[in-house]
Ligand binder design. Structure first.
Ligand code: DGL
Length: 282
C-alpha cells in the first residue's frame, strides 16, 4: 500500500519548465491547456537573457543551473522551453538527469514544420545560437531528407517580445529586414518555423510581412503533445483530479515578469505569484 502511495505521489509531482525569459510561457500555455491536471513550475532566467547571442558553453552552463534549481522543486520531468538551450543542451541534460525525462522544443518544432509544408521548403527563424548550431536542419532532415531548409537569425525579435512591442512599425521594420533574404528567390519557403519561443507573440507581424501564402508554425502545441506522450509512456501522468497549479520563478524583476509574461500567457500573472530566485552556483 505504501509503495503504491509513493508511486502515486511521484506521479503527482510538478513538471519543471524553463526558458531564458518569458518566451517559454508560450510553451507553458500549451502545456496548461493540454495537461489541465498537472502542476507546473516555470523558471524564467530573466537576469541572464538573452541566451541566443551566447556561446554553447555559456548556454549549457545556464541551462544546467536552471535545471538544478527546478530539481530542487522535486520535478518529475524537465521541459526546455527554449530553442537555444534545447539546441545545445538537450543531449547533455538528458544524460545527466536520466531517468528523469527531459523534453526539448526543437524536434517538436521540426515535426510541426514538416507536417505543414507542401513544397518541402521550410524556413527557420530563430536566435543566432540556434541557427549556428544547425539543430533544426538536422531534425527536419531526419524526418524529411529531401526538405530544403533555409534559416535566418532574428535576435531583435527577442528584445521586441520582451519589450511587449509585438506590433507596429518597429516590429514590422525588423521583420522586413530579417525575412527579406528568405523570400527573395523563387525557392521561397511555404512554411516558417518560429524557432524561438519568444516569437509566437510576434506571429501577426511576421505573417503580415511573410505574406498570406506562408504558414507559420511553432513548437508549443507539438511540445505539449510530446510531454503528454512521455508522461504516459513513463507512467508519470498526475493521478489527482484537481486543477493543476502554475508556479512562476524569475531570476530578475518579478514586476516585469508578471507584466510582460501576462501577454505571453494570455491571462494575468500577479506580481505576488512570481518568486524571485537566485540560480547561480554559490
Ligand atoms: N526563447 C529562447 C529560444 O527559444 C531564446 C531567447 C534568448 O534568450 O535569446 O531560443
Amino acid at each position: 500500500m505504501n509503495a503504491r502511495r509513493d508511486a502515486l505521489n511521484g506521479r503527482n509531482r510538478p513538471i519543471g519548465v524553463f526558458d531564458s525569459g518569458i518566451g517559454g510561457i508560450t510553451v507553458l500555455k500549451a502545456l496548461r491547456k493540454a495537461l489541465p491536471h498537472e502542476d507546473l513550475v516555470y523558471l524564467g532566467d530573466t537576469a541572464r537573457l538573452p541566451y541566443g547571442t551566447k556561446s554553447p558553453e555559456t548556454v549549457t552552463a545556464y541551462a544546467t543551473q536552471a535545471t538544478k534549481h527546478l530539481l530542487g522543486h522535486d520535478v518529475k520531468m524537465i521541459v526546455i522551453a527554449c530553442n537555444t538551450a534545447s539546441a545545445v543542451a538537450l543531449g547533455p541534460l538528458t544524460q545527466a538527469l536520466a531517468p528523469i525525462p527531459v523534453i526539448g522544443v526543437i524536434e517538436p518544432g521540426a515535426k510541426a514544420g514538416v507536417k505543414a509544408t507542401k513544397t518541402g521548403r521550410i524556413g527557420i527563424i530563430a536566435t543566432e545560437a540556434t541557427v549556428k548550431g544547425g539543430a533544426y536542419a538536422r531534425a527536419i532532415h531526419a524526418l524529411m531528407p529531401e526538405a530544403e531548409v533555409s534559416q535566418a537569425a532574428c535576435g531583435l525579435f527577442v528584445t521586441l517580445a520582451e519589450e511587449g512591442w509585438t506590433k507596429g512599425e518597429v516590429a514590422e521594420a525588423a521583420a522586413k529586414r530579417y525575412l527579406a533574404p528568405l523570400f527573395k528567390g523563387r525557392n521561397a519557403p511555404d512554411t516558417l518555423v518560429l524557432g524561438c519561443t519568444h516569437f509566437p507573440v510576434l506571429a501577426r507581424t511576421i505573417k503580415k510581412v511573410a505574406g498570406k501564402g506562408v504558414k507559420l508554425v511553432d513548437s508549443a502545441a507539438t511540445t505539449a503533445k510530446a510531454v503528454e506522450e512521455a508522461l504516459a509512456r513513463q507512467d508519470l501522468t498526475a493521478k489527482h483530479k484537481r486543477k493543476g497549479k502554475t508556479r512562476f520563478l524569475a531570476t530578475d524583476s518579478t514586476e516585469r515578469f508578471a507584466r510582460v509574461g501576462g501577454i505571453f500567457f494570455g491571462e494575468e500573472i500577479r506580481v505576488k505569484d512570481v518568486e524571485l530566485v537566485d540560480i547561480k552556483p554559490t
